[in-house]
Design a protein around this ligand. Sequence first.
Ligand SMILES: [Fe+2]
Ligand SMILES: [Fe+2]
Length: 162
Amino acid sequence: MSQLPASAPDNAGAAFAHINAVVSPTIDDLKLMVFLEASGLTAYEELANSAPNAAIGELLRANGREEMAHAHRVSKVIKRLTGEDFPPPTAEHNRYAKPSGRGVDRQMLEYLVSAETSGNDLYGTWADNTADPEAAALLRQNGKEEIRHAERAAQAITLLDA
Ligand SMILES: [Fe+2]
Ligand SMILES: [Fe+2]
Protein backbone atom coordinates (compact mmCIF):
# COMPACT_ATOMS: atom_id res chain seq x y z
CA MET A 1 0.00 0.00 0.00
CA SER A 2 1.26 3.49 -0.83
CA GLN A 3 2.61 5.46 2.14
CA LEU A 4 2.89 9.22 2.44
CA PRO A 5 6.45 10.55 2.73
CA ALA A 6 7.52 11.04 6.37
CA SER A 7 7.62 14.81 5.81
CA ALA A 8 3.97 14.98 4.68
CA PRO A 9 1.82 17.52 6.56
CA ASP A 10 -0.76 16.30 9.08
CA ASN A 11 -3.84 17.80 7.48
CA ALA A 12 -5.15 18.66 4.04
CA GLY A 13 -4.95 22.43 4.60
CA ALA A 14 -1.24 22.28 5.38
CA ALA A 15 -0.67 19.80 2.56
CA PHE A 16 -2.33 22.12 0.01
CA ALA A 17 -0.32 25.07 1.36
CA HIS A 18 2.86 23.09 0.77
CA ILE A 19 1.90 21.77 -2.65
CA ASN A 20 0.67 25.12 -3.98
CA ALA A 21 4.13 26.60 -3.34
CA VAL A 22 5.98 23.86 -5.26
CA VAL A 23 7.50 24.97 -8.56
CA SER A 24 9.54 21.91 -9.48
CA PRO A 25 8.10 18.81 -7.82
CA THR A 26 10.25 16.22 -6.08
CA ILE A 27 9.07 12.61 -5.99
CA ASP A 28 7.85 13.23 -2.42
CA ASP A 29 5.81 16.18 -3.72
CA LEU A 30 4.29 13.95 -6.40
CA LYS A 31 3.42 11.34 -3.78
CA LEU A 32 1.74 13.99 -1.66
CA MET A 33 -0.18 15.09 -4.75
CA VAL A 34 -1.43 11.52 -5.34
CA PHE A 35 -2.93 11.59 -1.84
CA LEU A 36 -4.40 15.08 -2.26
CA GLU A 37 -5.95 14.28 -5.64
CA ALA A 38 -7.40 11.06 -4.23
CA SER A 39 -8.89 13.06 -1.33
CA GLY A 40 -10.65 15.20 -3.93
CA LEU A 41 -13.02 12.32 -4.66
CA THR A 42 -14.10 12.24 -1.00
CA ALA A 43 -14.37 16.02 -0.81
CA TYR A 44 -16.49 16.34 -3.96
CA GLU A 45 -18.72 13.43 -2.95
CA GLU A 46 -19.39 15.09 0.39
CA LEU A 47 -20.28 18.32 -1.38
CA ALA A 48 -22.43 16.49 -3.94
CA ASN A 49 -24.38 14.83 -1.13
CA SER A 50 -25.25 18.25 0.28
CA ALA A 51 -25.97 19.87 -3.11
CA PRO A 52 -29.20 21.89 -3.25
CA ASN A 53 -30.33 20.13 -6.43
CA ALA A 54 -29.49 17.05 -8.53
CA ALA A 55 -27.90 18.99 -11.39
CA ILE A 56 -25.35 20.60 -9.09
CA GLY A 57 -24.74 17.24 -7.44
CA GLU A 58 -23.94 15.66 -10.81
CA LEU A 59 -21.45 18.40 -11.71
CA LEU A 60 -19.66 17.96 -8.38
CA ARG A 61 -19.64 14.17 -8.67
CA ALA A 62 -18.07 14.41 -12.13
CA ASN A 63 -15.28 16.56 -10.70
CA GLY A 64 -14.74 14.05 -7.90
CA ARG A 65 -14.39 11.12 -10.29
CA GLU A 66 -11.81 13.04 -12.28
CA GLU A 67 -9.81 13.94 -9.15
CA MET A 68 -9.28 10.22 -8.59
CA ALA A 69 -8.29 9.92 -12.25
CA HIS A 70 -5.76 12.70 -11.60
CA ALA A 71 -4.36 10.72 -8.69
CA HIS A 72 -3.88 7.76 -11.03
CA ARG A 73 -2.18 10.00 -13.60
CA VAL A 74 0.27 11.37 -11.01
CA SER A 75 0.97 7.76 -10.01
CA LYS A 76 1.88 7.12 -13.64
CA VAL A 77 4.27 10.07 -13.52
CA ILE A 78 5.98 8.55 -10.46
CA LYS A 79 6.17 5.17 -12.18
CA ARG A 80 7.67 6.72 -15.27
CA LEU A 81 10.26 8.79 -13.38
CA THR A 82 11.28 6.19 -10.77
CA GLY A 83 9.85 2.80 -11.71
CA GLU A 84 8.02 2.72 -8.35
CA ASP A 85 4.41 1.61 -8.10
CA PHE A 86 2.55 4.20 -6.05
CA PRO A 87 -1.18 3.58 -6.52
CA PRO A 88 -3.69 6.07 -5.07
CA PRO A 89 -4.85 5.21 -1.54
CA THR A 90 -8.40 4.36 -0.59
CA ALA A 91 -10.14 6.95 1.58
CA GLU A 92 -9.58 4.82 4.70
CA HIS A 93 -5.84 4.96 4.14
CA ASN A 94 -5.71 8.65 3.26
CA ARG A 95 -5.35 11.11 6.12
CA TYR A 96 -6.47 13.93 3.81
CA ALA A 97 -9.79 12.28 2.91
CA LYS A 98 -11.77 13.59 5.87
CA PRO A 99 -15.22 15.15 5.94
CA SER A 100 -15.04 18.93 5.97
CA GLY A 101 -18.58 19.58 7.17
CA ARG A 102 -18.87 22.30 4.51
CA GLY A 103 -21.99 22.53 2.41
CA VAL A 104 -22.56 23.89 -1.07
CA ASP A 105 -23.24 27.59 -1.38
CA ARG A 106 -22.19 30.37 -3.73
CA GLN A 107 -19.09 31.13 -1.69
CA MET A 108 -17.94 27.51 -1.78
CA LEU A 109 -18.51 27.26 -5.54
CA GLU A 110 -16.66 30.52 -6.15
CA TYR A 111 -13.80 29.19 -4.06
CA LEU A 112 -13.76 26.04 -6.22
CA VAL A 113 -13.65 28.05 -9.46
CA SER A 114 -10.59 29.85 -8.14
CA ALA A 115 -8.86 26.80 -6.62
CA GLU A 116 -9.38 24.67 -9.74
CA THR A 117 -8.09 27.44 -12.01
CA SER A 118 -4.99 27.70 -9.80
CA GLY A 119 -4.65 23.92 -10.10
CA ASN A 120 -4.20 24.27 -13.85
CA ASP A 121 -1.52 26.93 -13.33
CA LEU A 122 0.27 24.68 -10.84
CA TYR A 123 0.28 21.66 -13.15
CA GLY A 124 1.47 23.86 -16.02
CA THR A 125 4.42 25.07 -13.94
CA TRP A 126 5.25 21.51 -12.89
CA ALA A 127 5.08 20.33 -16.51
CA ASP A 128 7.40 23.17 -17.58
CA ASN A 129 9.91 21.98 -14.97
CA THR A 130 9.64 18.26 -15.80
CA ALA A 131 12.27 17.15 -18.30
CA ASP A 132 10.60 13.87 -19.27
CA PRO A 133 8.14 14.73 -22.08
CA GLU A 134 5.68 11.95 -21.31
CA ALA A 135 5.56 12.82 -17.59
CA ALA A 136 5.12 16.49 -18.49
CA ALA A 137 2.24 15.63 -20.83
CA LEU A 138 0.46 13.70 -18.05
CA LEU A 139 0.78 16.69 -15.71
CA ARG A 140 -0.49 19.05 -18.40
CA GLN A 141 -3.51 16.81 -19.02
CA ASN A 142 -4.43 17.04 -15.33
CA GLY A 143 -4.15 20.82 -15.57
CA LYS A 144 -6.47 20.95 -18.57
CA GLU A 145 -9.06 18.98 -16.62
CA GLU A 146 -8.77 21.33 -13.62
CA ILE A 147 -10.03 24.04 -15.98
CA ARG A 148 -13.00 21.80 -16.77
CA HIS A 149 -13.59 21.50 -13.01
CA ALA A 150 -13.59 25.28 -12.69
CA GLU A 151 -16.11 25.43 -15.56
CA ARG A 152 -18.37 22.88 -13.85
CA ALA A 153 -18.22 24.86 -10.58
CA ALA A 154 -19.09 28.01 -12.52
CA GLN A 155 -22.00 26.21 -14.15
CA ALA A 156 -23.14 25.04 -10.72
CA ILE A 157 -23.31 28.69 -9.61
CA THR A 158 -25.81 29.38 -12.39
CA LEU A 159 -27.95 26.47 -11.10
CA LEU A 160 -28.02 27.62 -7.47
CA ASP A 161 -31.48 29.09 -7.55
CA ALA A 162 -32.83 26.82 -10.27
FE1 LIG B 1 -7.18 17.30 -9.79
FE1 LIG C 1 -9.98 19.53 -9.89
